[in-house]
Write a protein that binds this ligand. Structure first.
Ligand SMILES: C[S@@+](CC[C@H](N)C(=O)[O-])C[C@H]1O[C@@H](n2cnc3c(N)ncnc32)[C@H](O)[C@@H]1O
Length: 444
């Protein structure tokens, strides 16, 4: 592995690390660290500890909801399909752990796909405030929508836009912004050999302009008093300290907020580096910045209509099948109903993949509930439940989209694993018609 590292990468890292460089090289022979992060919106850590199916896992020092796993295969367990956890490289849990998010905050995740850090931000917000998750790649943003649905968030907008365009619409709107920038990925070398090829092709200057322009867009969208956390999964100074220094020299109204290193994380001038020879993880760089002063702006918020066509179809379904209150704000677009927070920013002119929680669609004059609705609430919020324990064969059959058997009254049911919702099933004349979305099915 060491022999494959690019020579220039070796030289520049040696220069940064001095005597520690040999320890760094040795870290390439360590195992690849893997982690899961618990969705505390669905299961409290104490409850998780009682039901955890993978034994007693070691906690990740910088993320209390994160745990290392080894031989287990968490992506195959039904709890994964119930959105109880996200599988994430442990050092990638550090940026959000260090971003001081408070309930009710308006948070932007500017480069969010596939959603590792967004799901962590959403868990911290506990469905309060507003979370906007953006990624310039529309394909990658689709994965983002799926992970947000799995985590059951109701306060999220997903966009796929160039940050400059967002910054024209949302001046000074956000309290906290995460810029998890695209980078040369030196922290990925051990996990993914294509990262080395790509580094050799592009080198570390390739992302420089994008990284700086991401910070400049973020700066425009941040409120006075707000915070930006800039992170990369690369080690070199060009994409980290140099970017920060240029940004600060062009924006004297920003200052670095020194972060406290924990669990082997190294600090330099207030910024943090997770070096793979010092921590159990593949590596990251983090810098938190505070906007001390600046202009204030009035925000243009989402337009909520009072009268919504076909609202009765939605209301009838919700009262017949759930205990959910529809006192919250409803937004309708085309034939789809969404539950929203009225403090969401207006996004009429932006490419938007999701606004709030998709409740369902009107089809042939009937309300069809969404999969997102089934997994956004706890089982006690639904009137009709079919519950299986996690080792019941019916759980796997359901997740594979197969027909189940059972004598249930006609109607819509929520299938649960150990009382955690997995999705809808429809009972009709002794037939249980599986409604689990084809694109979500468990293949093996
Ligand atoms: C490091 S990855 C983000 C990982 C993500 N934060 C997570 O935790 O799952 C960087 C992302 O930036 C996106 N990206 C690249 N250029 C961008 C730009 N100019 N604006 C917004 N996103 C961009 C890429 O599509 C990629 O998904």
């Amino acid at each position: 592995m060491i022999a494959k590292l690019p020579q220039r990468f070796i030289e520049q890292t040696k220069q940064m690390l001095g005597e520690e460089f040999n320890d760094f090289l040795e870290s390439y022979s360590f195992p690849i660290y893997q982690g899961i992060r618990i969705n505390t919106n669905k299961v409290e850590i104490e409850h998780w500890n009682e039901i955890a199916p993978f034994g007693n896992l070691e906690q990740i020092p910088w993320c209390l909801e994160g745990f290392y796993y080894n031989e287990q295969t968490p992506s195959k367990h039904p709890y994964y399909y119930a959105g109880l956890y996200y599988i994430q490289e442990p050092s990638a849990m550090s940026p959000v752990a260090y971003l001081p998010i408070e309930k009710g905050d308006k948070v932007l995740d500017l480069c969010a796909a596939p959603g590792g850090k967004t799901t962590q931000i959403g868990s911290k917000l506990e469905n309060t405030g507003v979370l906007v998750s953006n990624d310039i790649s529309a394909t990658r943003a689709k994965a983002l929508v799926k992970n947000i649905e799995l985590f059951g968030f109701k306060n999220t907008i997903v966009t796929s836009e160039a940050p400059e365009k967002l910054s024209n619409s949302w001046k000074g709107y956000f309290d906290k912004i995460l810029v998890d920038a695209p980078c040369s990925g030196e922290g990925m070398f051990k996990k993914d050999s294509t990262a080395i090829k790509s580094w050799e092709k592009y080198e570390e200057n390739h992302f420089f302009d994008t990284q700086l322009s991401l910070l400049n867009s973020a700066e425009k969208m941040l409120k006075t008093g707000g915070y930006i956390l800039y992170s990369t999964c690369t080690f070199n100074k060009i994409e980290n300290e140099n970017i920060i220094n240029i940004f600060l020299s062009e924006n004297p109204n920003f200052e670095i907020v020194p972060l406290n290193p924990i669990g082997g994380i190294k600090e330099l001038n207030g910024t943090l580096r997770l070096w793979p020879h010092c921590i159990k993880g593949e590596g990251h760089f983090l810098c938190l910045m505070h906007k001390k002063y600046g202009e204030n702006f009035e925000s243009n918020l989402i337009q909520v209509k009072n009268k919504i066509k076909d609202f009765k179809l939605l209301a009838d379904f919700i009262s017949k099948n759930t205990y959910i209150s529809l006192d919250e704000y409803i937004f309708m677009n085309d034939d789809k109903f969404y539950l929203i927070n009225p403090n969401m920013p207006n996004h009429d002119k932006l490419r938007t993949l999701r606004t709030g929680l998709l409740l369902g669609t009107i089809q042939h004059n009937k309300f069809k509930p969404s999969h997102a609705l089934a997994i956004a609430y706890q089982s006690h919020m639904f009137k009709n439940i079919i519950n299986f324990s996690n080792n019941d064969i019916n759980v796997i059959k359901y997740l594979k989209g197969e027909t189940l058997e059972g004598d249930y009254k006609k109607g819509e049911y929520i299938v649960c694993v150990d009382n955690f919702p997995l999705g809808w099933i429809k009972s009709n004349n002794g037939n249980l018609k599986n409604q689990y979305p084809a694109s979500w099915r468990k293949i093996n």
